[in-house]
Design a protein around this ligand. Structure first.
Ligand code: IFM
Length: 753
């Protein structure tokens, strides 16, 4: 069973813990306690081996294709193993007797610890403490320490090294070389299809009562180890420290090095840490968590329900671990770097669910994610051409920038889920308005928006009878409704994309005609403006019907309605999801959130109560969207209830729910529920709006955001709002439809909203 918070005192609401060793939670723990730094994700696999484990270290961007399967992010050889033997018996918590078991992830420092007392089947007893850190200070570094205090005499042995055999998934690698390099172990392997070389280097040190021990080297076919064997007495303490690093030939900083030179470099970096104890490495990483993350991005909630605070920190922790924002050739996977689910691919999840967090807290990171989309334009052109369209049609699932569409062939989403192209353009708009980063727009943003708008004008089809343009044969966000016409979300977003292109076109004509000319020549924009105008004027945008309901698509509202309550309670689905008014996830709601001023509050509320009872929330993206919408229409209790449900998608009790990785979008969504929903921070008509709506159980929320380069500290209670501007320039914001000016280094208080 997951126990939520083990933290006390200053660490209260910082520690995610699991009591008892329970194999049915082993994989979920690996994912929810995954450590990392955006460069790599290291599942929290236990140091010793169990067949239930899915050990895995994933390095962002290192995709490979196995046979004809869709390309995926494969786990490299394992560096986390430390196997312990007492009188020849391997530490194995499934045997013997254990007590006082705890595994805990300290979100504040990023350190994973595990402690217990174990008595082997033959009666040897010891206390164990394992600690591990994946450094946020040096993105390539992993450090671990095992401390064993013996309560019996025995012969104690250790094997720790680099294992090619203990990982899951298809065979993606071949071994290039493995062996000793002075004191170090070094392992070089290469992906079979994409040819990426991984250089894994590791070193151990073992002390018995402070005395350093000598190790021996062992190798079997795909594994290399440092081994120790000593006789220990009751009361002795053994400390094993293991340091490892990971480099690949895809790394930006070392991309010009040959594999041999990279191996030399990796070895020298690890030797550079020779004088560094685990404590030093862990401290440097904890300091990085403090300066890069918590001192800037912690959202503090004064709540009757402490789990809310932990959930928020859990989300921010994972948003850090999962996001390769150090490299603009990479995007965030739907399971981050915490598991093999969705093969490491990126979806609309990035722009709609994770990007807002980066836009408001780490604009540089947000820019990197959008630059990744810029680098994907070639692939998007290819997809458009293959489908008979113009411009840039983004792949529904993407991996490496030039891999193109990587949705597995059995999934129809790759063929039909087209809204992602407009979602990317929306991401550009959102980023630009909040950051005012003109340099990004000049280099990348305008081009993305024009190119995607070029696609949409070729994608729409004219319905002679109705005298309107339509978008037929799509899957909208609700993936249970396959192949529909005029999905409201898709149509409105396509309209938004083309309108945005016209707005930017007009703007550039005035302020930067040279750039407009350059882009026009490059993209062939001539004549497109008229096409955008005609198509936006005549594109069918489904309006609310006489009951105030915006039809999700042309047929959804005509389908039979069924009560899905029994199915939500566990009844097996025994009807066709595609021809019933049921949805997998938020659809029309996302439209209301992104294009909020197109619909009245009354319409939003009616639609919320129409669609929510028909929604299974089978996608982890769904609950947060519904929660924010409920906040928007002032249904605070409902919003809070949905938020709480979103919080337990990964952190909750269900044993296998996150085995193949955490749910990235849901974690971005949790942050959004609080900051965009309850705190009411929004981009509204190009302005910053802050309209708090705290749940009853909350007394106060404090968050820090960056608006157009100025850092704002926002504090809201049930009836007051305080905005403190730490920046050098004044910031204007809207609350209660009134504009407030917050001068540099001063604060504004608003009462009664
Ligand atoms: O992008 C989502 C989609 O909306 C629902 N299925 C899972 C995908 C990845 O998270």
């Amino acid at each position: 069973m997951m126990v939520y918070d083990k933290g006390t005192g200053e660490l209260q609401n910082w520690v995610l813990a699991e009591k008892d060793f329970d194999v049915q939670y082993i994989r979920k723990c690996e994912a929810v306690m995954c450590q990392g730094n955006g460069y790599m994700g290291v599942r929290a696999a236990l140091d010793e081996h169990y067949e239930e484990q899915w050990r895995g270290t994933l390095v962002a961007g290192t995709f490979d294709q196995y046979q004809t399967e869709a390309t995926e992010l494969p786990p490299c050889a394992d560096l986390t193993n430390i196997q312990l033997f007492m009188d020849g018996e391997a530490l194995d918590l499934k045997t013997g007797e254990s007590s006082d078991y705890w595994i805990q992830l300290n979100l504040k420092t990023g350190i994973l610890t595990r402690s217990f007392v174990w008595t082997s089947p033959s009666g040897i007893k010891a206390e164990f403490l394992f600690e591990r850190v994946v450094s946020l200070h040096d993105l390539h570094l992993i450090a671990a320490r095992a401390t064993i205090r013996f309560l019996s005499d025995c012969t104690f042995a250790v094997e720790a090294g680099i294992e090619g055999t203990s990982r899951i998934g298809d065979p993606h690698f071949h071994l290039v070389q493995a062996g000793q390099r002075g004191e170090l172990l070094q392992y070089v392997e290469q992906t079979n299809q994409s040819g990426i070389s991984f250089v894994l280097t590791s070193v151990c040190e073992m002390k018995v009562n402070e005395l350093v021990q000598k190790s021996a080297f062992k190798q079997d076919e795909q594994n290399i180890y440092q081994c120790y064997q000593v006789n220990v007495k009751q009361g002795d303490t053994v400390v094993v420290e293991k340091r490892s690093n990971v480099y690949t030939t895809r790394d930006l900083q070392t991309q010009n090095l040959s594999v041999t030179a990279l191996a030399d470099y990796a070895a020298s970096c690890l030797q550079g840490y020779e004088s560094f104890s685990f404590n030093k490495i862990a401290q440097a990483s904890a300091d990085a968590w403090d300066t890069k993350v918590w001192s800037m991005k912690d959202v503090q909630i004064d709540t009757q329900n402490q789990i809310d605070q932990l959930a928020l920190r859990f989300a921010v922790y994972h948003l850090t671990v999962m996001s390769p924002v150090h490299d603009n050739r990479m995007n965030i996977g739907a399971k981050g770097l915490s598991g093999m689910g969705y093969r490491g691919h990126s979806f609309w999840d990035t722009e709609i669910y994770m990007l807002p967090y980066f836009i408001f807290t780490d604009p540089k990171g947000a820019r990197s994610l959008l630059e990744h989309r810029y680098h994907g334009l070639e692939s998007a052109h290819k997809k458009a051409q293959e489908n008979g369209y113009c411009g840039a049609m983004y792949p529904w699932e993407s991996a490496w920038t030039d891999d193109g569409e990587v949705t597995p062939s059995w999934a129809r989403t790759g063929l039909l889920e087209h809204h992602i192209t407009a979602d990317v353009a929306f991401g550009v708009y959102n980023y630009y308005e909040v950051t005012a980063d003109e340099d990004f727009m000049n280099r990348y943003g305008y081009e993305i928006v024009f190119d995607t708008a070029k696609y949409w004008q070729s994608r729409v089809t004219y319905n002679e009878q109705k005298g309107q343009y339509e978008i037929r044969n799509v899957i909208g966000p609700d993936e249970y409704t396959e192949d529909c016409d005029n999905n409201a979300f898709t149509n409105y977003m396509a309209h938004f994309n083309m309108t945005l292109a016209m707005t930017y076109y007009d703007k550039l004509k005035q302020i930067n005609p040279e750039l407009l000319q350059k882009l026009s020549d490059k993209l062939g924009l001539s004549g497109l403006y008229d096409s955008w105008r005609e198509k936006t004027e005549k594109l069918y945008l489904p309006k609310e019907n006489q009951d105030g309901i915006v039809p999700q698509d042309d047929t959804f509202l005509t389908l039979p309605v069924i009560d899905i309550t029994p199915y939500k309670q566990g009844k097996a689905i025994d009807f066709d999801l595609n021809v019933t008014q049921v949805s997998k996830q938020a659809d029309v709601m996302v439209l209301f959130l992104l294009l909020e001023d197109l619909f009245s509050s009354e319409v939003k509320k009616k639609n919320f109560y129409y669609y929510e009872p028909k929604c299974f929330h089978h996608s982890s993206l769904s609950l947060s969207s519904y929660s924010i919408l409920a906040s928007d229409v002032k249904e605070q209790n409902v919003a809070y209830d949905l938020f709480e449900k979103a919080c337990v998608i990964d952190m909750g009790q269900a044993p296998y729910s996150s085995d193949d990785g955490i749910h990235s979008a849901s974690l971005g969504g949790i942050w959004q529920c609080v900051v965009l929903g309850f705190l009411g921070v929004r981009l509204y008509g190009g302005k910053l709006r802050i309209q708090p709506n705290l749940p009853q159980k909350w007394q106060k929320v404090c968050a820090s955001i960056i608006w157009q380069g100025q850092r704002l500290n926002i504090t809201a209670t049930q009836d007051t709002l305080q905005v403190m501007n730490q920046g050098a320039d004044p910031v204007e914001f809207l609350t209660n439809n009134k504009s407030h000016l917050c001068n540099s280094h001063s604060s504004v208080e608003v009462k009664e909203f």
